[in-house]
Write a protein that binds this ligand. Structure first.
Ligand code: FPP
Length: 245
């Protein structure tokens, strides 16, 4: 295992786009769904390592708002995979103090998945060793538009004045407004895109892109990303002198 002392700075919140499952499977002459299955088995180690390192929040992009456009058979496979994974892992997550949360447009998810989500969230709600957020049917644009609608309704109802809308009141209506924004944003699979994942909440995130396809993403690769983060100076709009001085 790599030395933990490698990392002088540990991010509070890590967000990951787990890309490349389809290509990984195709390279082996297997169906894309096989890549998702192997990819899902990698989640366990990354969750475990995050907890060990004292990361507070891990957010995984499991299914985007746009992924509904994929062939129905692949969509169904991914929904079923999430159900099976949760059923299989929930007891261990519960025992390890992991709190599970789901972010996304829940009303689009199948009833069977919603039931497992409700059960997993209820069982782990008081845990605090690590908050594991699964983004399912999630899109950053959906999140921001929904927040805008809530604020518009408050203004229309006389609860809020337009001039009271600022970064703080806006952020309070977004998903996981009680948690820190993403500090480190990792994308596997070689594409240099955000793909509508955390838009607002990645405003000051450090980005780490790797060509490694998600099913090959290991704890060692994770440490490479964390080392990259540790080496960055985060300025949040200030000058380097202001931050280090
Ligand atoms: C992107 O690879 C991956 C997905 C759309 C699904 C990721 C989901 C999992 C790994 C399951 C995780 C489940 C839980 C509960 C955390 P891609 O299909 O876009 O790959 P490609 O770019 O090679 O086509």
């Amino acid at each position: 295992m790599p030395e933990q002392s490698d990392h002088t700075q540990i991010p509070r919140h890590v967000a990951i786009v787990m890309d490349g499952n389809g290509r990984w499977a195709r390279q082996r002459g297997r169906p894309r769904t096989y890549g998702h299955k192997v990819g899902s088995s990698k989640v366990h180690d990354i969750v475990e390592e995050s907890k060990e390192l004292g990361i507070e929040v891990l957010t995984l992009f499991a299914f985007s708002s746009e992924n509904w456009k994929r062939p129905k058979s692949e969509v169904n496979f991914l929904m079923e995979l999430m159900i099976q994974m949760l059923k299989k892992e929930i007891r261990k997550l519960e025992a390890k103090g992991v709190q599970l949360r789901f972010i996304g447009q829940r009303e689009l998810l199948p009833e069977k998945l919603l039931k497992v989500i409700a059960d997993s969230e209820a069982r782990t709600r008081n845990n605090n060793a690590l908050i594991l957020q699964i983004a399912a049917s999630y899109g950053g644009q959906w999140d921001i538009t929904r927040a805008a609608r809530v604020l518009a309704e408050k203004v229309a109802g006389g609860e809020l004045l337009p001039e009271q809308i600022d970064e703080k009141t806006f952020a309070a209506e977004l998903a996981f407004s009680d948690l820190p924004d993403a500090d480190l944003f990792i994308r596997t699979g070689g594409e240099l895109r955000i793909s509508n994942f955390l838009l607002w909440q990645a405003a000051y995130a450090e980005f780490y892109f790797t060509d490694v396809l998600w099913p090959d993403f290991s704890v060692d690769e994770y440490h490479n990303a964390l080392r990259h983060f540790s080496g960055r100076q985060r300025r949040f709009g200030q000058t380097g002198e202001q931050v280090s001085g």
